[in-house]
Design a protein around this ligand. Structure first.
Ligand SMILES: CC(C)(COP(=O)(O)OP(=O)(O)OC[C@H]1O[C@@H](n2cnc3c(N)ncnc32)[C@H](O)[C@@H]1OP(=O)(O)O)[C@@H](O)C(=O)NCCC(=O)NCCS
Length: 214
């Protein structure tokens, strides 16, 4: 991708016309999950736009959707409560969105494979951080895949794997990305999502809003 392309990528709020393109992006970005239909469906994306349009964003390159991020507001009690992806997104429909909540929950983020490592993911996270600050939320949280855990699972537990990524022993495409965007690893979430790469584990990640309450 040329530098000019990079500058011509716009990060903006999702509109309903984007939905078919986001579904295609999901198929490209989540080949393992797509096989089992574990990607966004148009009715879910429409529900997100009805319930919390401010939390839905895309990366737009001349009308091509090369990245997307989906979020809702939640209140976890206790604040690091175990949960699954289905529970925290109301089975993908986000009908549990809570405007009185204190946390923006990152339900999904992806960049099209041929546009990766160009900071599109970072820009989608920056857009979300602006949303956290705009809504004066305490934090952003999520359950991040352990994308390469499947290559280590026979000799390492999920929490040891995450610790070795945090220590910089090796990189994980998702956890390293999240750590680089200022997220802290809190703990492992078991049985989070049907995901052969992560053996259904996820990392509970947290970014604290530096201007919260100021
Ligand atoms: C995770 C993802 C969104 C990152 O998107 P991106 O636009 O490439 O992210 P950025 O360019 O902002 O950041 C890239 C950084 O992330 C990390 N990273 C991304 N892909 C990586 C890989 N394959 N191996 C190691 N580190 C990787 C690196 O630290 C990288 O920095 P570098 O480019 O300097 O090497 C993208 O890889 C993706 O869509 N993955 C598939 C979908 C998915 O699993 N999403 C997360 C759901 S929890």
């Amino acid at each position: 991708m040329t530098t000019s392309d990079q500058t011509e990528i716009i990060i903006r709020r999702t509109v309903s016309e984007d939905i078919p393109k986001i579904v295609n992006l999901q198929k490209e970005s989540f080949p393992y999950l797509a096989r089992y239909g574990n990607i966004w469906h148009p009715d879910e994306l429409e529900s997100h736009l009805r319930i919390f349009p401010e939390g839905q964003s895309v990366a737009d390159l001349h009308g091509e959707i090369v990245g997307s991020a989906s979020s809702l507001i939640v209140h976890l009690d206790p604040e690091y409560a175990d949960h699954t992806w289905k529970e925290i997104t109301a089975d993908g429909m986000m009908t549990n969105h809570n405007p009185q909540g204190d946390s923006l929950y990152g339900a999904d983020i992806s960049t099209a494979p041929k546009y990766r490592h160009e900071h599109i993911g970072k820009r989608l996270y920056d857009f979300r951080k602006e949303t956290v600050i705009k809504f004066n939320l305490r934090r952003m949280i999520g359950g991040g895949r352990l994308f390469n855990y499947c290559d280590y699972a026979d000799k390492t537990s999920a929490v040891e794997y995450a610790q070795r990524v945090i220590n910089g022993e090796f990189k994980d495409p998702v956890l390293s990305f999240e750590l680089e965007n200022g997220f802290k690893f809190i703990k492992i979430l078991p049985n989070y999502l049907d995901d052969v790469r992560s053996l259904n584990y996820a990392s509970f990640i947290e970014w604290l809003n530096p201007s919260y309450g100021k």
